[in-house]
Design a binder for this molecule. Sequence first.
Ligand code: ADP
Ligand code: ASP
Ligand code: MG
Length: 446
Amino acid sequence: MQQSGGIMKIMKFGGTSVGKPERMHQVSQLITADDESKIVVLSALSGTTNNLVEISNTMATGNKSEAKQLIEKLENHYKDFIKQLLKTDVCLDAAAKVLNEHFEFLYIILRISFSESLNKDILAQGELLSTKLFSIYLTENKIDHALLPALEFMTIDGYDEPQIGAIKVKLAQLLKQNSDKKIFITQGYICRNAKGEVDNLKRGGSDYSASLIAAAINASVCEIWTDIDGMHNNDPRIVNKTFAIEQLSFEEAAELAYFGAKILHPASIWPAQYYNVPVKLLNTMEPSAKGTLIAEKAGSVGVKAVAAKDGITAIRVKSSRMLLAYGFLRKVFEVFEKYRTSIDMITTSEVAVSVTIDNDVNLPDIIKELEPFGTVEIDTNHTIVSIVGNEIAETKDVMKKLFDAIEPIPVRMVSYGGSKHNVSLLIDRSYKDQTLQLLNTGLFGL
Ligand code: ADP
Ligand code: ASP
Ligand code: MG
């Protein structure tokens, strides 16, 4: 059987989609609904990665007894889970062994001194557990499959960038070794870094894994199964009335993911886009819902959706020489390049430049290096609100409607014209919910 060339599909299931035994049952039905070969990418059970973060943070502070209690609590959750998931003694025994292996590992870490690489090992346990338990469940239900260890093919380089070329080669080898199988299960989120240590693709990274795998095998489609019926026009956690969007272009989806639509990891679109693999957002709880198709074509022109990204810091550098002499911007940007800090928004005036960053780990050093160029002002705890759509810049009335809608909101920066798909506003975090609601009314009439 040929394992590549667009004949395999990817099905990624998020935390809620595997978070309960009955959901795993649903997932098993979805992955056996057709005869196609597929790689099934699983997240950790919902809540597990948060629990592991808490365990790790508690260990880091040296509070071993509290960390032990947290591990015990999580272990009990899994003990209950397997009792409900599995029926036969053989499979229950196998699952108990898996729990033993992974929780023993956490108890061992508790006894040794904590480090950043151990932190990554701790965070990896969630996906390792979910895939192994799901594999046992499939075996119990006589569903033929193979488990592909992500740690054997998913790698990132020294800058935390995925190594698509290497992933392609290793994955092809693993698939070849299992050429008699049609269903492959693997872990999302986890990977190995340039030092060969266990690492991850950052929170929400299973979407990114799915897209990278889809790109690596040139999949026919990358299906992201989650707990909602597709990309909505606004953040459903904040705004009351939202609706699913039928179709988005890769560019539109990438902007929405990058600017905060939690349904997709910020970097999860580019691999699929680069290899032109369509992405579908589907609902595990309502499999017949249409969902969202993300492909080359946008489908329609105009505003599609609004998303918001928190934790933004704005930096204004006011040139001491009153005019932005040529070379000034280069010097400013070089500082950000030096500290590998990417800039999201930029605006300039005759005497000043404002930029935003979402990673302020190196902010003190950045400020120190910017100070010789002029006065540096910092605004923390801001939010970027992005209005995304096809050709919105050219769509009649969009800008008027947008600014009419947000009339009561103080806007710190506006970015327009950078791409044809996006207008971004920078506001204080405290205005976020109100802004999203106002835009829902003003742009979508909801
Ligand atoms: P999973 O565990 O399946 O990866 P996530 O919780 O990461 O699921 O993403 C799905 C959630 O994203 C939804 O339940 C929803 O609350 C949230 N979300 C935020 N913005 C959007 C949006 N624009 N469209 C759809 N869902 C969104
Ligand atoms: N389990 C990881 C997280 O919670 C990855 C994912 O679910 O996408 O961040
Ligand atoms: Mg997610």
